[in-house]
Write a protein that binds this ligand. Structure first.
Ligand code: AHN
Ligand code: ZN
Length: 321
């Protein structure tokens, strides 16, 4: 298992949480309406998710992957970012050489105070959690697993073009996250590992990083992921507090989630405080969205309301930091 479901009782900070769970720990209830106005169009984010899915599964070494990558670069450039591409041949656990491409887009590249926003853009080649074993060798559409995070970040890029930020903002689409295997932690997040080992900018240490993974599902809940909580508690606190203040406390649950092997772990190991916003249901035994790594991870499972909650929350975070 890549994720260890941790006993909730093990966490001291839970003692500070109210039973309603909609106020950030240690803060007074913050569901008044003092939040700032942010631009984020959930329908636009939704269409960015769909545009990716329309390319077909973005599995490394396929034409759909190549075509979608080219489109992502063009889209970020259209939204005014300075884009750097990293191409690398990365060796997967099964020996496959993956033609991987990380896409790194900067706003205000000369500003020292930077926030990194990231999502993986590749698709898993196997729907190995599908209830039908005959489909385990099919690729996933990755509407939620991959495209949702990228869709939210493309919409944020569009908003940053319309209303440029004061701080430095970097948007990173990482490749080769999802060609991993159960029980081998090192088999996941190959693109992010390559990124930290080969930073495109010298001494690249953003103040904080926010990973969006599976942020578009109907009925999604986001708990405070364990490694994020260890490495970047103040960032998590700020995000969950913003979500509650905007009325999204029923989606961003102020509870600890599992410990999830994901792209943010590579950043944390490298000394970058990173938070993973990832759908997680502590009461389920799998924990992720029921469509996770199945052939049902398609547009039918995407809810613009979830994209909105995440997009507005991240937008307010970057506008207020
Ligand atoms: C697992 O625990 C298998 N994966 C978490 C990272 C991931 C995979 N995110 C999306 N797919
Ligand atoms: Zn996945």
């Amino acid at each position: 298992m890549q994720k260890i479901i941790l006993s909730l009782a093990a966490f001291l900070f839970l003692a500070a949480c109210g039973s309603k769970g909609n106020a950030a720990a240690g803060e007074s209830a913050s569901d008044d309406t003092t939040h700032i106005v942010v631009g984020f169009d959930a329908d636009s984010a939704y269409s960015y998710v769909k545009r990716q899915v329309d390319f077909g599964p973005r599995v490394p070494n396929t034409p759909s992957h190549k075509a979608c990558g080219d489109w992502l670069v063009a889209e970020l450039e259209r939204h005014g970012a300075s884009v750097t591409q990293q191409n690398a041949s990365l060796k997967a656990f099964d020996g496959t050489a993956l033609s991987a491409r990380n896409i790194f887009a900067q706003y205000n590249p000369d500003v020292e105070n930077r926030i990194l926003l990231l999502a993986h853009w590749d698709c898993r080649p196997w729907a190995d959690q599908d209830p039908d074993p005959a489909k385990h060798k099919f690729p996933v559409d990755g509407a939620n697993d991959g495209a949702s995070g990228v869709g939210v970040l493309l919409e944020i890029a569009r908003q940053l073009k319309a209303n440029p930020p004061q701080t430095g903002i970097d948007i990173l689409f990482v490749d080769a996250e999802d060609w991993g295997t159960d029980g081998d932690e090192e088999s996941w997040a190959l693109g992010t590992r390559y990124f930290v080992e080969n930073p495109p900018v010298k001494d690249y240490f953003p103040v904080s990083a926010i990973l969006l993974d599976m942020v578009g599902g109907k009925g999604a809940k986001f708990c405070r992921e364990y490694f994020s909580e260890q490495a970047a508690p103040r960032v998590a606190q700020a995000l969950w507090g913003i979500a509650a203040s905007r009325g999204y406390g029923d989606i961003f649950l102020n509870q600890l989630g599992g410990a999830i092997t994901d792209d943010h772990v590579q950043l944390i190991k490298h000394g970058i405080p990173a938070v993973d916003i990832i759908e997680y249901h502590p009461e389920d035994n799998v924990g992720f969205n029921p469509n996770w790594h199945t052939t049902s991870d398609n547009m039918e499972g995407i809810d613009p309301a979830t994209l909105r909650a995440v997009g507005e929350t991240v937008m307010e975070y970057i506008r207020s930091n």
